[in-house]
Design a protein around this ligand. Structure first.
Ligand code: SF4
Ligand code: SF4
Length: 216
């Protein structure tokens, strides 16, 4: 299949140039391209970075960049943390609250937000919890899923209760089936909250052993 072979080689050479290999043709012809490169050069590698700024006006609040407008599916991603309530939030702010499943006390406030440099953003403030950083880390995992899920279906298999549905267009958590076990947001069961993030993370990031990037 010489034509297909040439097409594939050209593709690899173009890719090698894109990721900055100085001698792209040698790099391809010697087979070095087969070594794992993370997501270097791919747009998807940008998507998996969690971009946020710390809110200067409120404690324990971060403003996360989203890659697309907020939909109902976005709010279902917060179901593992508790009961998601649109009714109890402040209407003027379009606020949605997440209530602790046992006590009904709010533990999270979600507010669509205008942020310079971010076309779409959400402010997430945690409250009435002891470990704010742990909760924000898990929130970051859900933001990543919304921004960059590649539909590998791993999340469906992590959930023992059939609450997660992943298909071509959506990633959705069924509020009636979720038992709030938090397995889907715990690194022990799903590293960084997403299987694909581990493959797409770039070399520089993996050296830093972090998936989070703080925006200026
Ligand atoms: S793994 Fe399933 S049941 Fe557990 S929190 Fe996630 S969606 Fe809910
Ligand atoms: S592991 Fe990542 S890419 Fe796979 S279904 Fe879950 S969020 Fe999507």
């Amino acid at each position: 299949m010489p034509e297909e072979s040439t097409k594939w080689r050209n593709f690899l050479v173009d890719f090698a140039k894109k990721i900055g290999k100085p001698d792209a043709e040698v790099y391809v012809d010697t087979g070095k391209w087969k070594a794992r490169q993370g997501g270097n050069g791919l747009k998807a590698a940008e998507d998996v970075k969690i971009k946020y700024t710390n809110c200067t006006a409120e404690e324990n609040a971060k403003i996360y960049q989203l890659n697309k407008p907020i939909t109902d599916d976005f709010y279902t991603l917060f179901t593992p943390f508790g009961k998601v309530s649109k009714e109890l939030g402040r209407k003027l702010l379009k606020e949605v609250l997440v209530l602790d499943i046992a006590t009904n006390i709010p533990i999270m406030s979600l507010q669509p937000f205008q942020q310079q440099n971010y076309e779409y953003a959400i402010k997430v403030k945690t409250m009435n919890v002891q470990k704010h950083d742990d909760l924000q880390r898990m929130i970051g995992y859900q933001i990543r899923k919304y921004n960059s899920c590649r539909k590998c279906l791993k999340c469906e298999s992590v959930c023992n209760f059939g609450a997660i549905t992943v298909n071509k267009n959506t990633y959705r958590i069924d509020t009636n089936k979720c038992r709030h076990c938090k397995m889907c947001v715990t690194a022990k069961y799903l590293d960084a909250g997403c299987l694909m993030a581990g493959y797409l993370v770039t070399k520089a990031e993996s050296q830093e052993k972090t998936y989070e990037v703080q925006s200026a």
